[in-house]
Design a protein around this ligand. Structure first.
Ligand code: NOJ
Length: 545
């Protein structure tokens, strides 16, 4: 089980209101008690924090607000004692505009780093085919060379007077895209990865990995109907995303990483439209690219809903990928799953069902800090409180990602035990009075204890660890039933409905022993005959001897 940690929000050791590396070190006991094998730490490198760390100004140091390299090494050592490995976030697509490489690159057209970023002269504002959108970004009679848009709104091209040229930025304008067609860029970035591998990190989560390359001809992305939250035309990203060249880079990267001992891992931020598209990220039949491209479909697919049929389809789909699946329901870019899958009344019960899917599927499980507690999304109510720039430019349609990044809730006390400073960088969610580690550890029926139970079961049970996954009922609209195979198979039953559901006994062995159940009444039930699953209940059983 991997947990993503947002370092600004996990633990504040020095009382400045912002989380830091020592704050993670201080909470390793909790992570170990929960059963976490590895943590992925969102970027903690020096950064102007425009995109809260995803704009990196130096790949080989720690941002002073998070600590020092010595603190990082201390965290690595302490984590090792807790049997927890550390995975770093590696942002290869772009740097900060304050990175020394970009400062040099932007200074003239003929400096040594002139070709490290994606520069273009633009086209005359009156040239044929120039769109109204491009015209909005005119400088000195020149407009961007095409209609490409920043994910965060507006044109993806920014004018630099010193070069009288535009540079390309898929994300904020403070995040210029590196030019991966220049071998010096690959050399430098692989060097940065080696810097951390040499220190002992277990691998990387590769940010925005599908976007390293752009069409050399800079063709316009096809337009789709309507406008996005920022008011710009909707586009398909045919010419600015998923170019095949990225796979050559990943293959070389994997070969580089594989030279290190101790099973280092490459995880990819791979949003795909279809599960079959994950195949190329594993490297197809060669399997020489990412070990763990993220399967975002069960959790974030655009049709995702709290529904047995949806999860049957997407979790079955996850079994068709050529390598080990990696399932994700929560991250720092999306409202928390407890809110997306909740109905406002049975949110914790539903979150237990999601936890069951995450931890009993044949897949590596990735969770996000606070998800095992049921921390909820606390989106700012007023524009002036928003910190994420996309929420400022997109307000009110797009309120940004602050809601899923609020401080970790450790205790019912001041600042939820996150910080001694009442001015935390984002407000602490008032629900910390009940939703917090201390309180939930003491409640046998809490979501946190359900996570702990499932993780412990998964670690100790060979079928849940390695067994294949077979769906036993293909049609039931309310109940999902699947078996994890092996010498001692395990059957998982999850009721997705708000009504009790009778177990269909034709499909599973009847005499059973309960391994885990959300409802105490099920725990002592020894047969599936006549058994009923209460609303939203999970029941995990194995054949009685
Ligand atoms: C994906 C990251 O998860 C997101 O937080 C970030 O804004 C973009 N990539 C740009 O790095």
């Amino acid at each position: 089980m991997i947990e993503e940690i947002y370092p600004r929000s996990f633990g504040d050791s020095n009382g400045d209101g912002v989380g830091d590396l020592n704050g993670i070190t201080q909470h390793l006991d909790y992570l170990q008690t929960l059963g976490i094998d590895a943590i992925w730490i969102a970027p903690m490198y020096p950064s102007p924090q425009v995109d809260f760390g995803y704009d990196i100004a130096d790949y080989e140091r720690v941002d002073p607000q998070y600590g020092s390299l010595a603190d990082f090494d201390a965290l690595l050592r302490a984590a090792k004692k807790h049997h927890i490995r550390i995975i770093l976030d590696m942002v290869l697509n772009h740097t900060s505009d304050r990175h020394a490489w970009f400062v040099e690159s932007a200074s003239s057209r003929d400096n040594p780093k002139a070709d490290w970023y994606v520069w273009n002269d633009g086209v005359a504002a009156g040239a044929p085919g120039v769109t109204a959108f491009q015209k909005r970004f005119e400088h000195d009679g020149k407009v961007p060379p095409n209609n490409w848009e920043s994910v965060f709104g507006g044109s993806a091209w920014e004018w630099v007077p010193a070069r009288r040229q535009f540079y390309y930025h898929r994300f904020y304008r403070q995040q210029p895209d590196l030019n991966w067609r220049n071998p010096a860029v690959e050399h430098a970035m692989f060097g940065a990865m080696r810097f951390w591998l040499d220190r002992g990190v277990a691998g990387f989560r590769l940010d925005a990995i599908s976007t390293l390359f752009e069409d050399p001809q800079l063709r316009n992305d096809p337009q789709r109907p309507g406008t996005n939250a920022q008011g710009d035309p909707n586009l398909s990203t045919r010419y600015s995303d998923n170019l095949p060249e990225v796979h050559d880079v990943i293959r070389r990267m994997r070969a580089m990483v594989d030279k290190y001992p101790g099973d280092r891992v490459l995880i990819g931020e791979t949003y795909t439209a279809d599960v079959a598209d994950l195949d190329t990220w594993y490297g197809g039949s060669r399997r020489d690219e990412l070990q763990l491209p993220m399967n975002m479909l069960p959790g974030f697919g655009w049709r995702a809903k709290f529904d047995a049929g949806w999860f049957r389809k997407t979790l079955e789909g996850a079994q068709t990928v050529p390598g080990q699946p990696l399932i994700v329901f929560d991250n720092h870019d999306n409202p928390r799953s407890i809110d997306r899958f909740g109905d406002g009344r049975h949110d914790v019960q539903r979150a237990k069902a999601i936890a069951t899917l995450l931890l009993t599927s044949r897949a590596t499980a990735l969770t996000y800090y606070g998800a095992p507690l049921g921390m909820t999304t606390a989106t700012p109510a007023r524009k002036e409180d928003v910190r994420d720039p996309i929420g400022i430019t997109g307000w009110p349609k797009e309120k940004g990602r602050d809601g899923e990044r609020t401080p970790m809730q450790w205790t019912p006390g001041p600042q939820a035990g996150f910080s001694t400073n009442p001015r935390t960088w984002l407000p602490v969610n008032p629900n910390h009075v009940t939703v917090n580690v201390q309180t939930e550890l003491a409640e046998p029926g809490s979501l946190l204890n359900w996570y702990r139970k499932l993780i412990a079961l998964r670690r100790s049970n060979p079928a849940l660890r390695d067994g294949d996954m077979t769906f036993l009922d293909r049609t039931d609209p309310d109940v999902l039933v699947y078996r994890r195979g092996g010498a001692h198979p395990v059957t998982v039953l999850v009721n997705f409905s708000g009504m009790p559901q009778k177990v269909k006994t034709g499909i599973v062995q009847r005499a059973v022993r309960t391994l885990a159940a959300t409802d105490p009444a099920l725990a002592n039930t020894t047969t599936l005959d006549g058994a009923t699953l209460p609303a939203y209940a999970t029941w995990i059983v194995t054949p009685a001897k």
